[in-house]
Design a protein around this ligand. Structure first.
Ligand SMILES: O=c1ccn([C@@H]2O[C@H](COP(=O)(O)O)[C@@H](O)[C@H]2O)c(=O)[nH]1
Length: 474
């Protein structure tokens, strides 16, 4: 049987097992699509797994020289396993989350720096999942320049990957697959044309930055930021050499102002919860702003807005606190939909303001799922002038180097409090998890001498950041 016939047979098979679906779907990045590929189902069909691995071997990887194969987690793992067995090449496995115990390795298997690894992936859209795996393998000294893919959605992935020195070969493009299905009367002409029109519309996907945000210094990232507060914050960090945001969770005006007088020179931002202050008054805000100006730090009110847009609009500007009048930036949940962002955006007239969207939380048992996190990041894309960054815990949450990863739940030792707060160390949050601005509350505020402790934190956090941007990670 010829190669084209085998591909045709596979395309029809994928359609019959519902790995290719027609209708109206929303992708991980929030784009509407008339066709959806769910190749996770292939594990239930050994004959399909066999067809795919044979075709990849005969067609895509026959002439490649490589020492290992590595599947992009998770759908491609069984295919990589089969290919490893067929080709008698060793397999490497990338962990999505590094272990906090034992070897702490992100790549499992035996390998040597300088060896070559071939990537296996099921579907490529922007290429970002392939890139995450490529980066982890390259960190180990492995050479990675080639990926073989079952389906290329033709939405910028191959260009993004080439931009990062990775060439791809795919069994199908979305166009070739759809043409086979039409030729074999599995879909109507109308559906085929709809998919082709969709491919044309979405082909101009923005190039993934070839630059890794984690390796870029703050001053460079300031140039890439579109939100004015993100720009300011990057510049403050670079100038003052501090990425410490102090969470002043104290309940009286004088305790907050006195503390800020002592520690202001060491922080890039202060984070408040104004609704816990028992003697809040307008004068507090005036003094807070004066101290912030004098020591050159920003003010983040951690209000975590989470209501319908109309209510958020009033909560932001009205009531006792009138947050919009004095806070440089605020936090908000994406849960109610982007009405929250529309409301906050409506108040950004002449003043620079920003929003940190909560994409993840530090507390144990929180209900945020990977899908919710991705949808939060997709929501932010529509508000480039408003979004300062994300409150999150992981480096893979977003890629844009102009946005800021704000990470709470940090103390010098890993621990937990009695109400579910989880603390990670500066090394873990900056070097492993990608934090840009680090929120510390009780680690400093509850210390015997906050003015001594603030310097200890500032130095530890800055040391990790300089190590990260120097690229000298062990
Ligand atoms: O996921 C989140 C989001 C916000 N916070 C806030 O940060 C500080 C942390 O204070 P610690 O004393 O260092 O625990 C606090 O104001 C939280 O409301 C968070 O912890 N986790």
């Amino acid at each position: 049987m010829g190669h084209d016939t085998k591909l045709e047979e596979l395309a029809i098979k994928l359609f019959s097992i519902d790995a290719v679906k027609m209708g109206e779907f929303t992708t991980k990045s929030g784009i509407k699509t008339p066709v959806y590929f769910d190749l996770r189902v292939i594990v239930s069909y050994p004959e399909v797994m066999e067809m795919i691995s044979n075709l990849l071997q005969e067609y895509a990887i026959k002439d490649c020289a490589y020492d290992h194969v590595c599947g992009v987690p998770y759908t491609a793992l069984p295919i990589a396993t089969l290919l490893s067995v067929i080709t008698k090449k060793s397999m490497l496995m990338r962990r999505k989350e590094t272990k906090s115990y034992g070897t702490k390795k992100s790549i499992e298997g035996h390998y040597k720096a300088g060896q070559t690894c071939l990537i296996i992936e099921d579907v490529v859209t922007s290429g970002s999942s392939v890139l995450e795996t490529v980066k982890d393998l390259r960190k180990e000294g492995l050479k990675v320049n080639k990926a073989v893919i079952i389906l290329d959605r033709e939405q910028g992935g191959s260009a993004n990957l080439l931009n990062n020195d990775v060439e791809i070969t795919s069994l199908f493009t979305m166009t070739s697959l759809i043409e086979i299905l039409y030729k074999n009367r599995k879909i109507t002409e109308e559906m085929m044309l709809k998919v082709k029109a969709y491919i044309k519309e979405t082909q101009a996907v923005v190039l993934e930055p070839s630059v890794d945000r984690l390796l870029l210094p703050y001053e460079k990232r300031a140039e890439l930021a579109t939100n004015q507060i993100a720009k300011q914050l990057f510049n403050i960090m670079a100038t003052k050499k501090t990425n410490l945001c102090l969470s002043v969770d104290l309940t009286s005006v004088t305790s907050i102002l006195d503390l800020l007088e002592k520690v202001g020179e060491h922080i890039c931002m202060v984070k408040t919860h104004v609704d816990i202050i028992e003697d809040f008054n307008k004068d507090f805000v005036t003094q807070l702003k004066q101290i912030a100006d004098r020591f050159n730090f920003l003010i983040l009110e951690d209000r975590k807005y989470a209501d319908i847009g109309h209510t958020v609009s009033m909560q932001y500007m009205k009531g006792v606190y009138k947050v919009g009048e004095w806070a440089d930036c605020v936090t908000a949940h994406s849960l109610p939909g982007d009405g929250v962002l529309k409301a906050l955006n409506g108040h950004m007239n002449s003043v620079s303001r920003g929003v940190f969207l909560l994409a993840e939380m530090s507390s144990e048992g929180n209900l945020i799922s990977p899908e919710y996190k991705d949808a939060t990041v997709a929501m932010a894309v529509k508000y480039p002038d408003l979004i300062t960054g994300f409150v999150c815990q992981n480096k893979d949450t977003f890629k844009d180097p102009g946005l800021i990863q704000l990470t709470p739940g940090v103390q010098l030792e890993s621990s937990k409090d009695s109400l579910g707060q989880v603390y990670n160390t500066p090394e873990k949050v900056i070097l492993e998890n990608g934090a840009d601005v680090i929120v510390v509350g009780r680690g400093i505020v509850a210390a015997k001498s906050p003015e001594t402790q603030v310097v200890i934190y500032k130095d530890a956090l800055w040391k990790c950041y300089t190590k990260r941007v120097s690229g000298k990670l062990e």
